[in-house]
Each structure stands twice: as C-alpha cells, then as structure tokens.
Design a protein around this ligand. Structure first.
Ligand code: NAP
Ligand code: G4F
Length: 331
C-alpha cells in the first residue's frame, strides 16, 4: 500500500484530504500537541486502521526529519501553517518560522532521507497581494502580510529544491476555500455562524471588519481535486487553483442573511478591531493552466458552498438552543 504524509491533518483541508485518501493509502498525519482537544475534524476517522497520527510541529526540524526518515512516504502534502492573515501580523516571526522555515525542514528531510517522495506545498493567492485580478501563475506577486511573504518565500524554496535537486516538489496557489468545517475565525464561517445564531435568537448582531474586500470563495473538495492532479502529474509544476468569481464580503453577507429571510444591514456592524494593517483588495483566479494541462474541473458554485455552511451552522445553533432549554429545565 502506498504511503502519504500530511501536515495540518487536524485543519480544514487536511481533514478532508485524510478522509479522501484513507481507504487507498496508509496515511501518516502530523498533529500539534494542544492543551485541549484539537481533533474535532478527524474524530470520525481517528481509529481508522490506515491512519497513524504523530505529534509534531513544522518548526521542529528534528521532529520532521525523524518522521520523514521513518515513513519515507510516496506522497507528502504540507498543509500545516499559521493560516490566519490577521494573526500573522501579531506573530510575524512565528509565521515565517512555521510557514517558510517549516517548508525548509520538510524539503531538507525529503532531500536527505526520502528523495523519491512527491511533495506538494499549500501556497496561496495571498502571495499575489495587491496585484490586479484575475491572477494567474504569471501574475506579479506582491504580498501584503507576514503570512503572504512567508508563503511566497516557501513557494520560491519549493522551486529551488525542484530545480536545484531535481525533487518532485510543487506548490498549489489556491484561492480561498471553504466548507462546513471552515473555522469561524475566517469571514465566511463567521458570517454563516453569526447569521444562524441571530436567526435562532442566540445573538443580536455580527461585528465584522473590512466589508469591501473581494475574494473568490471555492469549495475545499475542488481544491483537493486540483492538489491530487498536481501530485500525480507527469512532472512537478506550480498551479493556480480556484474558479469562482470574486464578490465582496458585504455581498457574501447579503446572500447569507437573505437565505435566512433577513436583511444583513439590520445586524452587521463594522469595527476597526478586525481591520488589518494592510489589506488585499481583490483576488480572483485565472485557472486556465490547471484546466488545460491537468483537466481540473471544479464542481461547486458559491451557492452550493453557502448552503452547505449554513445548513451546518443552523444545525449547531439549534443544538445550542436545545442545550440552553435543557439547562433551564434542570433548575
Ligand atoms: P487551517 O484550517 O487553519 O489548518 C491549519 C493546520 O495547520 C491545522 O491542522 C493546524 O493545527 C496546523 N498547524 C498550524 N501551525 C502548525 C505548526 N507550526 N506545525 C504543524 N502544524 C501546524 O487551514 P486550512 O484552511 O486547512 O489550510 C490548509 C493549508 O492551505 C494552509 O497551509 C493554508 O495556509 C493554505 N491555504 C488555505 C487556503 C484557504 O482558503 N483555506 C487558501 C490557500 C492556502 P491545529 O489544528 O492544532 O491548529
Ligand atoms: O476570511 P479571511 O480571514 O480570509 P483571507 O484573509 O482571505 O485568508 C484566507 O484565504 C487565503 C487565500 O487567499 C488563505 F491563504 C488564508 O490561509 C486564509 O484561509 O478574510 C477574508 C476577507 C479579508 O479581506 C478580511 O479583511 O474578509 C475580511 N474580513 C472582514 N471582516 C474579515 C472580517 N476577516 C475575518 N477573518 N474576520 C472578520 O471579522
């Protein structure tokens, strides 16, 4: 049976990828030690015989080296990262260490201990920063945050190791991807959760930051399809992955609230607290290269994504209401 290493397996994308591969591959997942449970997204597969989890951190080179030397995987997906753009301004050096230094740790370990491993790094549209949309592989990269800068460094490191050492190493340049497992610390999750809780009487307002920024929101399953095509391609290369047209945060909120029969303007407030020192105004993918060279065909529309996220957050909000009522009954 072929083997796969996945960093970030407790995260949104990593958990979907584990689930997708488990029946056909032996999957080794790297998870961080945390003071409370951080396996919520993989609890349903936690005891699967093909899943082996190990504690680790991308910033710990010896830990990554030992892991790769032991597993010698056929495939390696580096999905672990400090992935929150605003938090990267608060923790710039940690972000550089984890999101760029962590990639050096992976690439060096592969070069020295498992040179036949195929390596995919999760790059991001944040690398394009202030460049005009639509963005393709040829667009100038002008990142606007410690996160974007770190991911751009990682992207160049991957290219260096591919060209210098002949490793099969590639970077996906993925646009925003969402799902029912998206953390509500990101704006789509925050809006869907907030609207559902307002609908169920659990909160009165939703406080957001910059409503004018535009993003292309895609489904995580489509992005994973692209990653799998890339890592199985004849030769390693970097590809933009993303398909949906960009819309603003404001338009996203309007769609979500109207699906629940509400007017967003009655509930959404804006606070400086959620603004970033630099903003990335417009991100929209030109994914011609991956469509024509690898036959990538995305399946999810923005409406599909919002419906899935809202269903989940309505389910959670209703559960919360029931729990509250039970507590009242106990008194
Ligand atoms: P996510 O939900 O935030 O998951 C990030 C994962 O990385 C979590 O499992 C987290 O562990 C782990 N992690 C964080 N710091 C780590 C470290 N120092 N060492 C090891 N693991 C660490 O992110 P996602 O949405 O799944 O994104 C997956 C990858 O794609 C990330 O690299 C992200 O930067 C990139 N990306 C995401 C998007 C998007 O829109 N989702 C777009 C482009 C690129 P805990 O569970 O313990 O926190
Ligand atoms: O949901 P966001 O935090 O995602 P952002 O910054 O686009 O980053 C995500 O996508 C990247 C790909 O382009 C990934 F690489 C990265 O890991 C992450 O998954 O913010 C989206 C937009 C921003 O312009 C932000 O300023 O929404 C705006 N926003 C407005 N109010 C907010 C809020 N963002 C958050 N998180 N919270 C707010 O209250």
């Amino acid at each position: 049976m072929k083997t796969v290493c996945i960093t970030g397996c407790t995260g949104q994308t990593g958990s979907y990828l584990c689930e997708r591969l488990l029946n056909d591959y032996k999957v080794y997942g790297l998870m961080r030690k945390s003071s409370s449970f951080n396996t919520e997204r993989i609890n349903h597969i936690f005891n699967h015989p093909n899943l082996e989890l190990m504690y680790g951190d991308l910033t710990d080179g010896s830990n990554i080296t030992n892991w790769i030397a032991k597993c010698k995987p056929d495939y390696f997906f580096n999905l672990g990262a400090l992935s929150h753009v605003k938090v990267s301004f608060d923790q710039p050096l940690y972000t550089l260490n984890a999101d760029a230094g962590g990639v050096i740790n992976c690439l060096e370990a592969i070069r020295l201990h498992s040179p036949n491993t195929r390596f995919l790094h999760a790059g991001t549209s944040e690398q394009f920063g202030s460049s005009s949309p639509p963005q393709s592989e040829k667009t100038e990269m002008a990142p606007q945050s410690p996160y974007g800068v770190s991911k751009l460094a990682a992207y160049w490191l991957v290219r260096n190791y591919r060209e210098g050492y002949g490793l099969f190493a590639c970077s996906s340049i993925s646009f925003n991807h969402e799902s029912k497992k998206r953390s509500p610390t990101f704006v789509t999750g925050k809006i869907c959760r907030g609207a559902a809780r307002i609908k169920c009487g659990l909160q009165n307002e939703l406080v957001l930051g910059n409503l004018k920024a535009k993003r292309s929101w895609n489904h995580v399953s489509d992005i994973i399809d692209g990653m799998l095509l890339m890592i199985n391609a004849e030769k390693p290369d970097d590809y933009v992955i993303g398909s949906n047209k960009m819309i603003s945060v404001e338009e996203f909120a309007e769609k979500v609230f109207s699906k629940l029969g509400m007017d967003w303007k009655d509930y959404v407030k804006v606070s400086e607290k959620y603004f970033r020192p630099n903003e990335v105004p417009n991100l929209e993918p030109d994914s011609t290269k991956i469509r024509t060279e690898l036959g990538w065909t995305p399946k999810y529309s923005l409406d599909d994504i919002i419906n899935e996220m809202l269903d989940e957050h309505m389910r959670l909000a209703k559960q919360e209401v029931l729990l509250k009522e039970e507590k009242l009954d106990e008194r």
